[in-house]
Design a protein around this ligand. Structure first.
Ligand SMILES: *Cc1c(COP(=O)(O)O)cnc(C)c1O
Length: 859
């Protein structure tokens, strides 16, 4: 501390670059991340100083801060440069004005709405290394597309002082990590200030102390992303580190971070004057925000706990990305109480009642406090990130709805996507602009422009792709050279780099986080066979480009990298298989453009969605993949090749053997022959046709433009409507709903289905209608409070109704003993053994769904 105090400056300055007057627009361009997906602006910065562009890690703010005044003077007089700058500047202005989808599709009257989006990481561009992988890149793309569509979205996250680690490998292939220190003042970040010019600060209570954070903003088109930074005085040294490292530290640090994200994030939005109508939790890390929302509603709006929870829940959306229970944040009950137990006092809840908010089964007092359970139980809309992951999530969380048939567990899915303008290579974008028109990047699958993909001349598409492949090979060699030099590798090893990869050879790309379930080395399971595939035939060779980081604490993941490096070395195939260190957004974009096939071999169903394959598809790459995540729902026959048929296995050894074998067969019989089957002009017509299908069928679907429209229509709009409904009339509807729920809970278990008359003959025919009548004792509830449904479907071997179909019954009044009478008809559309049941569900206009309460009474 002494040393620290001694080194404190008496004053700090933020020195801004001094731009000659005509170049002033560069500042505006540099500070809006729109440049990341606008080829014109990116070109402009590259043109300003190519070397600096590369060495700054494509950071225009750092560039403007370090570029020589002489060079600035020079371009200030360069008419070509100025004209391009004007164009870029006009494009940004037009972009900020033009986004109309939201205005066209959202009728909300005079009301103003705002969707607050929370995530622990954001992958926007490579000079902002505050992401670790797929979740972050998805969140980054979410913001870009929200901006494209003009959604009123505002995002919240943490600003990590240390970027996610840079990866390098020692001579043995063991992953080493280097943590670059982020220099916020030289990044596209604005520090938020108060009207008097001082830093805007928020406070969060931690045990025994208050922690302060300042707020930085990244401008993503029209969407602001606010990032909290605790590395300030007077925080103590431990608290400085809360925003030090993404997913760093131990469990206590994790709670500290998640409190700052959820609770601090809420405070930041309030301090900035936002009044969100919807809260979207992207993964459970931010779930503490619900506690803060309930507190505010209780203390500032005078609501009871149940009323406040009702309001908060109506407007909360939760997206889960995890396909295994072990992937969720779990905190021991005592720890949870130690850090956030003060909310229990405010809410007037006992310890176990409070902990029950974060327990799947509140009666299980031994179970930990789960951030996913908290998020799920306080959300009115929950989704997984692919159709298959939705299914897996329903199974994983069915315990929360013990009375519901599995298909009705209210967790749905919105399949992930990627942001087209960010991931398609520049020349390829220009090609699509020319043949499809410039709106291809966010048009839906039913738009006729996709027909025009077939009008792109094969030659042009193919030559363009070959250029991308050559550029990738050059880039990989450069990156390898630099990496080896940095490691002090001997000249013989450096010389070998020039032999690595061949720009004309079929190139398979594999890049992702090195978790063992992704099985990066599956393709080398039978070394002799893959060697034969790679180079037995001189004219039909195959090569692999591999990249990916293992989490610093994931020893099996690191071991996997080392093993790959060793296997390649021992087999002498280093010219055909390269591991490129330090996978990041930039390398990802190079690879998905320059490889020919995108390979993915996860253990089904462990890949919640996966997105790198989508990036490849948009660049015209067929996917070669296990039927998992997004690929399971793609047109995998036309746009690539499925490995297997969606089987799951109990024995991983056996699984590996079967699936490696299937992979080899596909290489031998399909992929290699199709790629090398050239016509007299050297064009692989069949391959190009598959490329076109990949572009045409996958681009409009696995696109964050489609994804954001789905979130808007299914999530944000209805939740915002619920907000307006709940808060109107000084929360009268929320109070009504909360009190209705309490009454319902009190009486629910007294409801009795007295009898059911089914007027069916013994031998029922298909399509013959059957009348059903039931008498129900509603235990003092009214017919408006419940929905009575027939539930019909085929019977499976366990005697259960499968894929049942609910049919709402009609209320017919009451009989002499005040029992409510309902009638309905069922018709069986199929023969065989069919079942019928009857059930009662809660009904209220303000419920997000009849399943919200988890109450279902079956006959
Ligand atoms: C797209 C991307 C990912 C996610 O890829 P998956 O296929 O989902 O594993 C991870 N890291 C980077 C740098 C990416 O660009």
């Amino acid at each position: 501390m002494e040393l620290c105090r001694f080194m404190q400056p008496i004053r700090t300055f933020n020195v801004s670059p001094s731009l000659p007057k005509p170049l002033e627009p560069l500042r505006k361009l540099a500070y809006n991340l729109h440049w990341d997906w606008n080829v014109e602006t990116k070109d402009l910065f590259r043109r300003l100083d190519r070397d600096l562009w590369e060495s700054s890690r494509h950071n225009p703010v750092l560039m403007l801060g370090t570029i020589s005044q002489a060079r600035l003077q020079e371009v200030a007089e360069d008419e070509g440069f100025l004209a391009q700058m004007e164009r870029a500047s006009r494009q940004l202005d037009d972009y900020l004005k033009e986004r109309t989808w939201y205005r066209k599709h959202r009728d909300k009257g005079e009301k103003t709405e705002c969707y607050a989006y929370f995530c622990a990481e954001y992958g926007l561009t490579d000079c902002l290394p505050i992401y670790s992988g797929g979740l972050g890149v998805l969140a980054g793309d979410h913001l870009k597309s929200a901006s494209d569509l003009g959604l009123p979205l505002v995002a919240v996250g943490l600003l990590y002082q240390e970027g996610y680690f840079a990866q390098y490998l020692n001579a043995d292939g063991w992953q080493q990590e280097r943590y670059p220190i982020n220099d916020f003042y030289n990044m596209p970040l604005h520090l938020e200030r108060k009207a008097d010019g001082s830093e805007l600060r928020i406070e969060v209570d931690y045990p025994g102390r208050t922690v302060y954070a300042r707020v930085w903003r990244v401008q993503v088109g029209t969407v602001p992303l606010y990032l909290l930074d605790t590395n300030i005085e007077p925080n103590n040294p431990y608290d400085h580190d809360i925003t030090d490292e993404l997913y760093g530290g131990d469990l206590d640090m994790r709670i500290h971070q998640e409190m700052m994200l959820g609770i601090g994030g809420m405070r930041a939005l309030q301090a900035l004057g936002y009044k969100p109508t919807v809260y979207h939790l992207n993964e459970g890390h931010s779930a503490f925000l619900i506690l803060e929302r309930i507190r505010k509603l209780m203390q500032e709006e005078g609501l009871s706990f149940h009323e406040a929870k009702q309001v908060a829940q109506s407007t909360q959306i939760f997206t889960t990305h995890t396909p295994v229970s072990a992937g969720f944040d779990l905190f021991p009950p005592d720890k949870a109480m130690y850090y956030v137990g003060h909310y229990a006092n405010i809410f007037g809840l006992s310890r176990e009642e409070f902990l029950g908010l974060g327990r799947e089964n509140p009666a299980d007092l031994a179970s930990p406090f789960s951030m996913a359970a908290l998020a799920l139980k306080t959300a009115s809309y929950t989704n997984g990130v692919s159709a298959l992951h939705g299914e897996v999530s329903r199974v994983m969380f069915q315990g929360l709805w013990p009375n519901l048939p599995l298909p009705e567990v209210p967790i749905t899915s919105i399949t992930n996507g990627v942001h087209a303008r960010s991931v398609v290579a520049k020349p390829t974008q220009e090609l699509y602009d020319r043949y499809l028109g410039p709106s291809w990047s966010d048009k839906g699958a039913d738009d006729p422009l996709w027909e025009r993909v077939n009008s792109i001349p094969d030659e042009e598409l193919w030559r363009n792709h070959e250029r991308q492949r050559s550029e990738l090979v050059v880039y990989v060699r450069e990156r390898m050279l630099k990496h080896l030099r940095d490691r002090g590798a001997p000249p013989t090893e450096l010389a070998q780099v020039h032999e690595v990869l061949d720009p004309s050879v079929l190139t398979i790309g594999f890049a992702r986080r090195f978790a063992t379930y992704k099985r990066a080395n599956l393709f080398m399971r039978d070394m002799e066979r893959i060697k034969k595939i790679m180079r037995a035939n001189k004219d039909r060779q195959v090569q692999f480009v591999i990249a990916g980081k293992a989490h610093p604490k994931d020893m099996p993941g690191k071991e996997l990298i080392r093993q790959i490096i060793r296997q390649v070395r021992e087999a002498g195939i280093g010219d055909h298989v390269v591991f490129v260190p330090d996978y990041d957004i930039y390398l990802a974009r190079m690879m998905v453009a320059g490889c020919d096939v995108w390979l993915n071999t996860p253990r089904r169903p462990r890949e919640a969605s996966g997105t790198s394959g989508m990036k490849g598809a948009m660049n015209g790459l067929p996917n070669l993949s296990i039927l998992d995540g997004w690929w399971d729902e793609a047109d995998y026959v036309r746009t690539g090749w499925p490995i297997g048929h969606g089987e799951t296995y109990d024995d991983p050894e056996y699984e590996d053997q079967i699936e490696a074998n299937a992979l080899y067969e596909l290489f031998e019989e399909e992929v290699v022959p199709l790629f090398y089957n050239r016509d007299s002009e050297g064009i692989p017509r069949g391959w190009v046709a598959k490329m076109k299908d990949a572009i045409r069928f996958n681009t409009p679907v696995f696109n964050t433009a489609r994804m954001l429209r789905d979130y808007a229509i299914n999530g944000y709009f209805p939740a915002s409507n619920r907000h307006f409904a709940m808060t109107s009339d000084t929360y009268k509807p929320a109070k009504e709903l909360a009190s209705w729920k309490r009454q319902l809970f009190e009486r629910w278990y007294d409801i009795k289905i007295e009898d059911v008359d089914i007027a069916a003959p013994a031998d029922l025919m298909v399509n013959q209608s059957v009348a059903v009548k039931t008498r129900i004792n509603l235990a003092g509830l009214s017919a408006d409070d419940v929905q009575v449904e027939l539930y019909q479907g085929a019977i499976n071997t366990d005697g259960q109704i499968m894929n049942g179909l609910p049919v709402v019954m009609e209320y017919q009044g009451t009989d002499e003993s005040h029992r409510s009478i309902y009638t309905g008809d069922v018709v069986y559309g199929a023969s065989g053994l069919q079942g019928l049941s009857l059930r009662v569900l809660p009904k209220h206009d303000y419920l997000s769904s009849p399943y919200e309460l988890g109450l279902v009474l079956w006959a």
